[in-house]
Design a protein around this ligand. Structure first.
Ligand SMILES: [Zn+2]
Length: 343
């Protein structure tokens, strides 16, 4: 159910497709997962949190099935875990009757107190082996980019082949054309839509790091390798622009398919840059408590992209009247007045 919820709101065409098992989603972000909770590990951690032995001090540690699986106990402090006479109660505080991580594992929280968080980590590391699911790559390169979460999420989906490109949709049994909606020539997979489509190449050629992108495209076969290659080469600032352009290219593709709107390639670039600037401005305001009491940042009017007009509108609603006032002003790419109307 949670899996369906996670994938269920990402577009009409792929509403019912589970792109990845929960087990893979629950892997650590450094291993290619999303870091969601692994439910059986979390249940086990919660079980440990609630466990009480009460006054029964006579449950042997090693010969009773008192936990679902044997915890990988390690000798810590002055407790000898190889001693055959150990009781479960020896792993507990005498007064509180609660587990202490220091007696259960060295890999718990440094304070030594049992917490669901530390127990969860131990359960995932020691009991549930998902190492065979790991996807190699320096995933921190993706998670550390200073961009909105939606952009990182998109990059993760590209790299994990969970993006509903037409090729992937057909892999999942959706009957649709495979051809790229932007060039109508090649099949639309991630490599093509983001890097090899003439439309995308033109966008990259307008950036200052086109040579890095071009080199990565020529030396790698799949989108994940291309992206990791590029992120390794770019500065932090260029990485943020690169990531937002990927987001804007995907938006361009969706605009073409769902709205039949063709975004100009320089607009794809400027949309990425504008979105990044606006997000940074919000982050600065949000992180500065003093700014909340100050006047909002002055917003400067910007010209529309070449070939487009910009329409600004405003409305007023007097408190003691049901009359509404509106104003509309349309200007061209030079900022020159075209038409205005008030009512
Ligand atoms: Zn194309």
């Amino acid at each position: 159910m949670m899996n369906s919820f996670w994938w269920g709101h990402s577009g009409a065409q792929n509403r019912c497709i589970n792109w990845m098992s929960w087990e893979k989603l629950a892997m650590h972000k450094n291993d290619g997962g999303m870091g969601f909770k692994h439910l059986s590990a979390f249940n086990l951690a919660m079980l440990g949190c609630r466990w009480r032995i009460g006054d029964d001090n006579n449950i042997p540690l090693w010969n009773e099935n008192w936990l679902v699986d044997a915890f990988p106990l390690e000798p810590i402090n002055n407790i000898d875990l190889t001693c055959s006479g150990l009781m479960v109660s020896d792993l507990m505080e005498n007064d509180s009757k609660e587990w202490t991580v220091r007696r259960i594992s060295t890999r718990g929280e440094s304070k030594g107190d049992y917490s669901v968080k530390s127990a969860y980590r131990i359960c995932v590391q020691e009991l549930i082996d998902t190492s065979y699911l790991r996807v190699n790559g320096n995933w921190n390169l993706v998670w550390n980019i200073k961009v909105p979460p939606k952009v990182k999420n998109l990059i993760w989906r590209i790299c994990r082949r969970c993006l509903p490109t037409r090729v992937r949709l057909r892999d999942k049994g959706v009957e649709c054309t495979q051809t790229c909606a932007l060039c109508n020539e090649e099949n639309e997979d991630s490599e093509h839509i983001f890097f090899k489509c003439p439309s995308s190449r033109n966008v990259w050629s307008m950036t200052g790091f086109f040579h890095v992108v071009s080199n990565a495209i020529n030396n790698n076969n799949n989108a994940q390798d291309i992206i990791f290659h590029i992120l390794q080469q770019l500065s932090k600032d260029d990485s943020t622009v690169f990531a937002c352009i990927l987001w804007s290219i995907w938006k361009q593709r969706n605009n073409q398919i769902w709205n039949n709107v063709t975004d100009a390639q320089n607009f794809v670039l400027s949309r990425a840059v504008n979105m990044l600037q606006e997000w940074k401005a919000v982050c600065i305001v949000a992180s500065n408590p003093d700014s909340k009491t100050q006047e909002p940042l002055a917003r400067k009017w910007r010209k529309p992209m070449a070939g487009r007009v910009k329409c600004n509108i405003d409305a007023s609603f007097p408190a003691n009247s049901d009359i509404v006032g509106i104003g509309i002003c349309i200007r061209d790419e030079q900022g020159a007045f075209i038409l205005a109307k008030t009512e």
